[in-house]
Design a protein around this ligand. Sequence first.
Ligand code: KG4
Ligand code: ZN
Length: 398
Amino acid sequence: MRILSIETSCDETAVSIVEATGDFPLATYEILGNQLYSQVALHAEYGGVFPSLAKREHAKTLVPLLEQALEEAGLLLPGSHTTTESLETEIAALLEREPTLFEALSLFTKAFNEPEIDLIAVTVGPGLEPALWVGVNFAKALAVLWDKKVVAVNHMEGHILASIYDVVEDNKLATIAFPAIALLISGGHTELVLMKNWGHYEKIGQTRDDAVGEAFDKVARLLGLPYPGGAELSKLATLGRKANLPALKADLPRPMINSGDLDFSFSGLKTAVRYGLEGTELSLTDKQALARDFEDAVTAVLVKKTSEAVVTHGAQTLIVGGGVSANQFIRTELNRHFLGEHPDCEVYFPTPGLSTDNSIMIALAGHAHAERASNPAAAKLFRAEGNKSLAPITDVDS
Ligand code: KG4
Ligand code: ZN
């Protein structure tokens, strides 16, 4: 089964073609084409993701990325695709709010024929709604144009599957033991999810305010680093740790570390970092020490809560996903803790390139739910859901 997947939930526009051989979760996934355009530099001057700019950029880039992904996959078929007037009217209506996208798709349709794909997978949420809508409407238009089925994907399930996808060894998902705990840490999310089986999700903890990535980005900004500063902040922290610098903020809190539940809170930590620093000129070593202090505090909370979740639910697997799972210190500390305290619990992190947003993960999650894919007429009812949660989905039992 060849899956065309589309991701536009935030500030990355991504389109992939993935060939799945076999049934989920035992299938082999070959990446035939993978195109991603990061808008990060454009949003940097706003210090965060600017939704209407994200929407405009998705609309501008989706068709070029589709063309490149198909070309990479050897599936770009020159020759005009035959459409009828009623089909064109239908597509125009679907893309009424995306005139740039409609124009680009019309030109594409005149230049290229229907590609040999079997399914379209698209992120419907969670994420920025205006951004999500562009991808959702694009998927609907392609479905109508080529008469293909569409499957709605939850972005967070994508992150979970990306973390156990072994693109280096065998192109398969790891065989994991249940129950599993997923720690999802990104710019928009911080949550602990209990998985009793494939597709059965229960959120057991979440942030009450800022997400971890958001806290990283805000503290990075305090240190004068451009958005999104998470990775850069972590580099400073590593230098501070290597040099064994004395603490600049020895009293940074570990918010909610002993709260007894599995929730998080990071906004106070960011405020604590800022407190007393306003107007102070920080030297490079001050910044390195502060970054290290902050990263230590965040990591301590993540390790403690994740460990509690694993113990409480007798989990045999820990899956760490989302952009912040790229953080080397968090990885090292989680690995160290779990090897020492819970050696029977297998820990998974995404391979580089699959921790931040991408469309490979959307193809994987699309394949997991391929059976409930909708025909083009039914797919027209798909909606972007900014707050979509990883609600229990019970249609995957294997
Ligand atoms: O999953 P993602 O690409 O997008 C969202 O869905 O939010 O995550 C992006 C977030 C940003 O906040 C970024 O600063 C953070 O992940 N991030 C990191 C690192 N790499 C990315 N945070 C800390 N350390 C890193 N190495
Ligand atoms: Zn994400």
